[in-house]
Design a protein around this ligand. Structure first.
Ligand SMILES: [Zn+2]
Length: 91
């Protein structure tokens, strides 16, 4: 399973389903379609565990890689942890 399949599998989703941009949902409470699965830790600690995989919109993904989100890595990790706990797909 590649990391994208792993992400979908965690939430029991298929490619045809709507995938939330986690950042847009948790921070702004808006439903935005995710275009990318981002590795939160993308340096030496990069891995494909669900804790490290975050679905994001194209725009948020660009910001994440440009380190333009304040305290980018920590902040994204906190957002992702909240998303995993709330899991809107379970509603
Ligand atoms: Zn990325």
């Amino acid at each position: 399973m590649n990391y994208k399949e792993k992400y979908l599998d965690h939430f029991s989703l298929t490619k045809a389903d709507f995938i939330y941009c986690e950042y847009s949902w948790i921070v702004k409470r808006v439903m935005v379609k995710a275009e990318n699965i981002h590795h939160i830790e993308h340096g030496a600690n990069k891995n494909d565990d669900i804790e490290n995989l975050m679905a994001v919109s194209y725009e948020v993904h660009q910001l994440a890689h440009d380190e333009k989100l304040v305290n980018s890595r920590y902040h994204l990790k906190a957002v992702h942890e909240t998303f995993l706990k709330e899991n809107p797909y379970d509603l």
